[in-house]
Design a protein around this ligand. Structure first.
Ligand code: ZN
Length: 153
């Protein structure tokens, strides 16, 4: 696995991104998961697999988020997994929208940003539009997983 950054890290966000890239969280397999989702980008080889187990209240009890590819998708997949435990699918759907909005240039309130853990560090990727899809791929997987788990209503 390459240890050199493949992204021009020249900002104060670099530490959080490199930390998640080098020490990705939530990679251990989940037993008895309720939601599985996989996304692959054939153009750059980025890949992510999610396995989520919900508790009896419908909140995320455990998540496995295994990614491969560039530093951005790996950091995004790790940060996303970090933010998931304890949330309902409805709350996760909201977080997906907030994250997409943030990556598309929306200005979020300090309060919203404060509730997003390390995720706001990924705002630096907005300066490199072709890499935004790398940051979004784990979120596409999460959105697909939520859709499968909540059939049309
Ligand atoms: Zn990538």
């Amino acid at each position: 696995m390459p240890q050199l950054p493949d992204f021009p890290f020249d900002s104060l966000y670099a530490d959080a991104i490199m930390d998640h890239y080098r020490n990705p969280r939530h990679r251990a397999p989940v037993l008895g998961g309720n939601i599985q989702s996989h996304q692959f980008n054939p153009f750059c080889g980025d890949e992510v697999t999610l396995d989520i187990r919900l508790d009896s209240q419908g909140r995320v009890a455990e998540v496995s988020s295994v990614s491969d590819g560039c530093s951005i998708i790996q950091a995004s997949a790790s940060m996303m997994a970090d933010s998931m435990p304890g949330k309902t699918l409805e709350q996760l759907r909201g977080l997906c929208q907030q994250f997409r909005g943030m990556m598309q240039g929306q200005t979020l309130t300090d309060e919203t940003l404060a509730g997003m853990g390390d995720l706001p560090a990924l705002r630096v990727v907005r300066q490199y539009p072709v890499r935004i899809k790398c940051a979004l791929l784990p979120w596409v997987a999460l959105e697909e997983g939520i859709k499968q788990a909540t059939p049309a209503n």
